[in-house]
Every structure is written in C-alpha cells, then in structure tokens.
Design a binder for this molecule. Structure first.
Ligand SMILES: [Fe+2]
Ligand SMILES: [Fe+2]
Length: 335
C-alpha cells in the first residue's frame, strides 16, 4: 500500500518533459503513463520573453486569449468567460486531458496525486492509553467530543465539514515545525515533513469535498475562525513542548473521526441523510466510479482517517522509544 504512489518522481519528470515539449512545440499528442494527455497552455508571451519590450507587452494584452489558470473554485478550469491573463513569466500550468478527451478540471490536485483508498484497513484498532501522557491525550479528545455532539447532534454532514477544518491543522503545524527544525539543525527529516504535509492536504481535500454537500451558516463560519485561532496556537505550543503528546492526541482524534464517519454511514443507511451523488471532486480525487454516492465518499474518507490514526500513533511511539522521527522512514503516500 505504501507503494501506491510509487514512481512519482519518474512520473513527475515525464509530465514535466511533456509540459516542456508542449511549451516549445505546441500540443503534445502522446498520453502519459496514466493515459492523460498533458500539454502546455499556449503562451504567446513566452516565445518572445527574451526580446520583450514594452510595446510587445501592450500588444499581448490585447491578443492573448489564454484562459486564466484557475477559477474561483480553485480547481475547475471552465472559466473561459473570464479575462485572459498574459503570462510574461511563462508560469502557466500545463493543461491535462483525460483519456475520454475532457479537460482535467482540478488545479488543486493532478491525476498523479489521486489514489484509490484502502477501505480494507482495520477500523477498530485502538491505542490503549497507559502512561499519564497518553491518558491526558485520550481524555482531552474525549472531553472535546461532548460539546461537539451537543452542538451538531446528528447533523453529520455539517459536523464532518466543520471537523475537517480542525483536522487539517495538525499536519501543517507539525510539518512546519519539522521543516524549521531541519533548517536549524542542518539535518534530514526522514520524510516526515512531507508525510505530515500530505496528511494536512488530504484533510483539506476532505473539507473541499464536504463543502460541496453542506453549506456552512454564518455562525458556523465564525466558530471555525475562533476555533482555528485557538487550536492552531494550542497545537503549535503542544507540539513544541511534546511532539509525543501532540501525535498521540491526533491519533485519538482520528479514532473519534472514524467513529463519527461510522455514525454518518449508519444515518445514510437508515435514510435519515439523503445519499446524494458523490461530488465531482471526490470522484476524481479518490478515483471513484462515476455513479458513486455520498456513502462511497464517506467510506473512503473514513479509510483516510484510519491511515492518519496509524501514522500519528506510530509517530508518538517513535518518540516514546526516545528516538526522533527522522530515525524511522516516514510513511509517505500512506493515506
Ligand atoms: Fe478528515
Ligand atoms: Fe484525519
């Protein structure tokens, strides 16, 4: 499973090469190893970068119809009505075409970053808290559950969306702190910076998915801002003081997330929540069949949470053994 993303480096190189060829010679008509066609956006400006002068720039502003690289959705490329942006710098991303000829819509992730979730992962695994620190982490999470249950009751769609705004914070904070540590100490991270940032990105994709099916109310948005302000700083300090505790706490948070998504699935099965078609972003991100539903999405998200649970308990265990994370190879691509 850890090899699911194997060969990314080579894959990226292939894509970069394709993109580059496209940049120099126009559209490239050969699919890459995933069957996707990659070509650069036509760049009028690019070709004359070295001989640019002010009058050229003026002309390009009027003749270049290149569509902007992203839309207000941050992903969809169906933005042809918007005013084109001339790229003097040649930094426009390559265009990707799916095997069926349609355009790859998402700029926030590319085909080689998508995956099939491993839904066979053991959802029942639990780290039994034995030490004082573990118990503290466990009860911190448990005590947070009661106000959450009270606030959301059985509105699992809304609950999932709101909790993902919190869940995407620890990976970013931990990754950032390890990044700074690597710089300060002139040492490798063992891949843990990447693994934690991947977790943060994966959690954010959960949010991008759930916000397609649940729209936050104004007071929920206000709550997110407040909670983020408190949680980001608390986790930052917590991670500085004890990464062992911080990772353990996230491990328990993920165990709770698995429980929440299991309840979500029960409500869907009972018919209390409508099993609507899966959002397009989820179908592409988790390589789901076109006729997938919200239930399929919740299942793959729950599998992701189980992977996060394992990664964070594993990280805490490494610290418990008196070692640093960089001493154990990080589970990159494990989600
Ligand atoms: Fe999540
Ligand atoms: Fe998670």
């Amino acid at each position: 499973m850890m090899m699911r993303h194997g060969g990314h480096g080579a894959a990226m190189n292939t894509v970069m090469l394709f993109a580059k060829k496209g940049l120099l010679g126009g559209e490239v008509g050969v699919p890459n190893k995933w069957g996707y066609f990659v070509r650069s956006t036509p760049l009028v400006r690019n070709a004359s970068t070295f001989t640019a002068n002010l009058s050229d720039q003026k002309d390009d502003k009027t003749v270049d119809k290149t569509p902007p690289s992203s839309s207000s959705q941050g992903g969809a490329g169906d933005n042809k009505d918007e005013k084109g942006i001339t790229s003097y710098w040649g930094v426009q991303p390559s265009k990707i075409t799916k095997p069926d000829g349609t355009e790859w819509k998402w700029n926030c992730f590319r085909p080689w970053e998508t995956y099939k979730a491993d839904v066979t992962i053991d959802l029942t695994k639990h780290h039994k808290p034995t030490t004082f620190l573990d118990k503290m982490a466990y009860w911190t999470v448990k005590s947070l559950r009661y106000p959450t249950d009270l606030f959301f009751q059985r509105r699992y769609g809304c609950r999932a969306m709101m909790l993902e705004t919190v869940a995407a914070v620890p990976g970013m904070v931990g990754g950032m702190l390890l990044h700074c540590k690597s710089l300060r100490r002139f040492e490798h991270s063992g891949g843990w910076i990447k693994a934690l940032l991947e977790e943060a990105e994966n959690e954010r994709m959960h949010l991008m998915t759930f916000m397609e099916v649940a729209k936050p109310k104004w007071y929920e948005r206000a709550l997110v801002i407040t909670v983020q302000g408190v949680f980001f700083n608390a986790y930052f300090l917590g991670y500085l003081l004890s990464p062992k505790f911080a990772h353990r706490m996230v491990g328990y948070l993920e165990e709770e997330a698995i429980h929440s998504y299991t309840e979500f699935l029960k409500e869907l099965d009972k018919g209390n929540i409508e099993n609507v078609p899966a959002p397009a972003i989820a179908i592409d991100y988790w390589q789901l069949p076109q006729n997938s539903t919200l239930r399929d999405v919740v299942e793959v998200v729950r599998a992701d949470e189980a992977h996060h649970r394992d990664v964070n308990h594993f990280a805490s265990d490494i610290h418990y053994q008196g070692r640093e994370l960089r001493e154990a190879a990080a589970p990159i691509g494990y989600h």
